[in-house]
Design a protein around this ligand. Sequence first.
Ligand code: S3P
Length: 572
Amino acid sequence: MIVRVPGDKSITQRALILAGLAEGESRLAGLLGGADPRATAAAVRALGVEVPDLPPDGSPIVVRGRGRSGLRAPTAPLDLQNSGTGARLLLGILAGRPLEAVVTGDASLRSRPMRRITEPLTRMGARFEELEAPDRLPIRVHGGPLSPLTYDSPVASAQVKSALLFAGLSAGVPVTVREPNRSRDHSERLLHALGARVRTGPGEGGRWQVELPDPPDRLAPLDLRVPGDPSSAAFLLAAAALGAAPAGLCVREVGLNPTRTGFLDVLRHMGVALTATDLDGELPWEPVGDLVVDALAPLRAVEVGGDAIPALIDEIPILAVLAARAEGVTRITGARELRVKETDRLRALAENLRAVGVEARELEDGLEIEGTDAPLEGRVRAFHDHRIAMAFGVLGAQGGNAIEVDDPAVADVSFPGFWALLEALAAASRKPGPRGRPDDDPDREEAAGRGPVVTIDGPAGSGKSTTAREVARRLGFRHLDSGALYRAVTYALLQAGVPEERWGSLSAHDLARLGVRAVPVEGDVEIHLGERRLTRQLRGPDVTARVSQVARLPEVRRWLLDVQRGLGRAGS
Ligand code: S3P
């Protein structure tokens, strides 16, 4: 079975910001349309750059950059919501421009440290006012001409490194950053694509050094395609390793930048046979390839720490979940940075693992997890953290486990459509594929990987459903009655007693909490509310009277589109 994951979050955020700083039209394809990049895109727009809405399917957009001197002061605070990368990288850009702006975010982002960025930027000459609490957003930045900087970062953080490089770029001054270990290098690669010279290599004292020696006045626009996010692919590979996705699973066109692929090595050590096929030359600035899970063996515990951490920093939640199913005790160390992610991930992982019956100990800088093969059950908390929610979603998808995630909608931050795709994979791992589903024919598999979708529309009562069902049957596609999804949301709203006047202000979170699920089965997609399959209920007079009102709500449409894209990624 062939699937795809949405575009890389780190590259998407950087591409949006840098395209705004470049002069002229940048063409960006494959961007992630999740909540983090949407927040970053809105902030870049507020600086006067023309940025279209991010398409949910990665189709190309054109960003019209005005050059670094074309950026305008925003008229309202820039709300980066949950996006630490967006907030920190923009603080870097703003520091180098003669503007004033307030940067803020949601409760999770407002609890994360910012002095790691503002302290070195202050040394360059920028001024910051912490408006509520020390070291935290909201922060007012007073940017302006900056002095060159050479900085020894105490942490291996791509956000710190990138914020400083971007400040050098926006102010036109040289910057050198040395980090204890090499962190992800997407900024360096993109700067190169913009025509800036970047030098990298081992520096003093065994540190990794990155230099922007002579930032150019004018940056050339970008023309790039963003590969699939390896951090999102990690959840699907892990699902396969747990038997919650079919063996032979292929995740297509994933970024294979060596500063990001540490998790693949760990998976292999745990006993999963994986092939990474390099698609050399397609994306010259970033390596990209297909990942195939060839064979599974019982998972073995591993020790992970030290230099290995930066290349799998975002994969530790899913690694911890695999450790819960591995034989032996897994020890993760040197991962103190996890305490300042979207939540304190070390605490969240230990608490959640224990909540479902796994023995897990929190270390000061890591975790110890004792694998078990007992059924795992319980309710876990996402703590506003997409990767915590998805990691436990994968564990819950393993046969025999019953795990409820309190806030599944938070996955939208980096992986829209995650839950539908996970359900489709789990369904495919339980049953042989529907007739004509591409399980053994490579050409059909290729087609399914692109998830071709045939849409049948027409006036009410014209026979759309009957026609669509028959077309799907003959093509061997899975049939989805998208109208039934709108009816299911309407039914759920009525059942939950949500007053009609509140329907227009429901967020994706609220909608996800209703519990409407699209469950792929052989040749079809069933609509469930919680654990209950909905059939006749969808045709009741109350639902019929209100469904068109619900189907007009933009947030409902967007949310259901994500659900449908997730199904599309799993096959035709
Ligand atoms: C990111 C860098 C990492 C990572 C985050 C995205 C980036 O954070 O955890 O999800 O895009 O630069 P740090 O730089 O703080 O390690």
